[in-house]
Design a protein around this ligand. Structure first.
Ligand code: ARG
Length: 567
């Protein structure tokens, strides 16, 4: 409500100023950093240069214009402070508008901006026969949250897991499996054993480089669908996916498609053909490249032996997605280290003459650090994600046992708290930054954590209990004190926050907002008695906090966290 009021006021005063000074003016209408100054602030000094009149005069003219504004009923105080005009709003009017908007909307915070638009999100995308890394966890969590936020804003979202299930490494794994693999061991513990085989392959190749050539041949035959190799490849893919599914199940993440790199095997020839027809392919020491000039190193499209590369498959995937989903945007949730790859991808698409290169967005993210160091191995061993998730659940069970030992379904709840804690720890930081992974800190019920949000929601639930709330007996006077009004204003911001999270493709905007909302609630609750005798007052306060809980729960769900009823 306040944002709309600000923008209406801006238009009105700009028009009036233009009539007055015959000068086109861009007026800044902002929210003061310090809420004690008011709800709206207009820095008048910034237009003095344009109208070439003394500051005091301009301030006075703008003040008069605001006094006589169409929207003046909403203002309770208009004050000049040096070059600024600060406006306090009528808190009753604001509360009324915000509460009404909430009451009349089943899906508060939503928006129509995405209607008719499709966004493809490529995320998670682990590599077959390799462990699911913490990097893939980041991609999964960030991509999932962005998808949820987009859906709330009415976008159609297509969620794709672009599995790394193709490439020369499969020739190596197949060679190793056939020549020195132990079928039983692989069956029991597929990913670990396949990784071991892969490592062993490289060790042996040091003395016997000719096996590299053998692996390349195997991969070529795999590309040409040699049934023996295809069968093995399918087996590796299946057992790997089975492992990943455990993680997805814990995180409650689903995809519309698991079209990995191999899916594009038969779709690359046409890409190469088109590149050739557009005279973009160049021979370079037997390989095929697209020259990207000064800006980027050339994109390697085809190796000397005719086999294709990661970027070739990404080009085929992109064209397939455009044809199949006719997307308005395609997002690739992939770590910072692949920036060059996506820059090259865009550059090639641009050279091919497709305008939609502009709709390709690399949603990059930073590393996961533990004590400041990259967290991918621990004492030489690869960190297994499923272990980390389980560890988080164990730790939250310990906290629950300290706080509320008689809680029912403790294990179940601890799992929800632990996993959500990891998700929140990831999302509260701007994605491109590295994040610190400290289980103890993130599972804590106090501080800027997931459990803190869950706990606040549970706290509100326990206040609301079985109380019936009557939306029609609200007295807005109870929302005019500072603590309530902060809540009203924060509730009012929800949609704008989601829109901002979309435009920055950053769930952290939402995560931080939820922390603010929770902390305003906690201040409110420490100052205001809710369960008072007066029924109207009690009802009004209960309704207010029920809205806070709605947003906390809705926001947590969008982030991919679990909402908890008791803890
Ligand atoms: N499998 C890749 C990796 O783990 C990520 C794939 C990202 N998506 C894409 N279309 N390139 O590095």
């Amino acid at each position: 409500m306040i944002e709309i009021l600000k923008s209406n006021l801006k238009t009105e005063i700009e028009t009036k100023l233009q009539n007055h000074y015959s000068e086109k003016i861009n007026l800044v209408v902002e929210t003061p950093k310090n809420s004690e100054l008011g709800d709206i602030s207009i820095p008048v000094f910034s237009i003095v240069k344009v109208v070439r009149r003394p500051l005091l005069e301009v301030v006075e003219i703008v003040r008069e214009m605001i006094e006589s504004s169409k929207y003046k009923d909403n203002f309770s105080e208009i004050k000049k402070i040096s070059g600024f005009i600060n406006i306090k709003l009528n808190r009753i009017k604001v509360s009324q508008a915000v509460i009404n908007e909430f009451s009349s909307n089943q899906n508060y915070g939503n928006s129509n901006i995405g209607i008719g638009k499709t966004v493809v999100i490529d995320y998670s995308s682990p590599n077959i026969a390799k462990p699911f890394s913490v990097g893939h966890l980041r991609s999964t969590v960030i991509g999932h949250a962005i998808g949820n936020i987009l859906e709330k804003l009415s976008y159609k979202v297509v969620r794709i897991n672009h599995l790394g299930d193709f490439g020369t490494q499969f020739g190596k794994i197949i060679y190793a499996y056939l020549n020195f693999g132990d079928k039983e061991k692989v069956k029991k513990n597929p990913i670990d054993e396949l990784v071991k085989l892969y490592v062993k392959f490289h060790k042996i190749a040091k003395d016997k480089p000719e096996i590299e050539e053998k692996a390349r041949e195997i991969f070529k035959e795999l590309e040409q669908k040699n049934p023996k190799y295809v069968e093995l490849w399918e087996y590796f893919r299946e057992v790997s996916l089975k492992e990943y599914m455990k993680v997805y199940k814990l995180l409650n993440v689903e995809f519309d498609h698991y079209d990995g790199e191999a899916f594009y095997n038969d779709k690359m020839a046409s890409v190469v053909k088109e590149l050739r027809e557009k005279s973009l392919l160049k021979k370079d020491q037997g390989a095929m490249i697209v020259d990207l000039g000064e800006e980027y190193p050339p994109a390697l499209i085809q190796k000397r032996d005719g086999s294709t590369l990661y970027i070739t498959r990404d080009l085929a995937a992109l064209f397939y997605r455009k044809r199949t989903y006719d997307f308005d945007e395609v997002l690739y949730v992939v770590g910072n280290e692949q920036k060059l790859h996506f820059d090259q991808l865009k550059a090639v698409v641009r050279k091919m003459g497709y305008d939609y290169y502009q709709d390709i967005h690399h949603i990059n993210f930073g590393l996961v650090l533990q004590n400041g160091k990259k967290m991918s191995t621990r004492e030489g061993k690869v960190v297994k994600l499923i272990d980390v998730l389980n560890e988080a659940s164990k730790l939250s069970l310990k906290y629950i046992n300290e706080k509320n030992p008689s809680l029912e379904n403790k294990e179940e709840i601890a799992k929800k708290v632990g996993v959500s804690a990891i998700i929140f720890n990831d999302l509260k930081n701007y994605r491109a930054n590295d994040i610190e992974f400290n289980l103890k800190d993130m599972v804590n019920f106090v501080g800027q954590t997931g459990p803190y949000l869950q706990y606040t929601s549970v706290r509100i639930s326990s206040i609301l209990k079985e109380n019936q709330i009557d939306k029609d007996s609200i007295d807005y006077n109870y929302y005019t004190n500072d603590y309530s009004y902060e809540l009203i204003k924060t509730i009012d911001e929800y949609r704008d926050i989601l829109l901002k999270a979309k435009s920055e493709y950053s769930p952290s905007v939402l995560a931080k907002y939820l922390l603010t909302l929770a902390s305003y609630f906690n201040s409110f609750y420490s100052q205001e008695k809710v369960m008072v005798e007066d029924l109207i007052e009690r009802n009004s306060k209960l309704y207010l906090i029920s809205i806070v809980r709605y947003i906390l729960d809705d926001g947590m769900k969008l982030l991919g966290m679990k909402v908890i009823k008791k803890m």
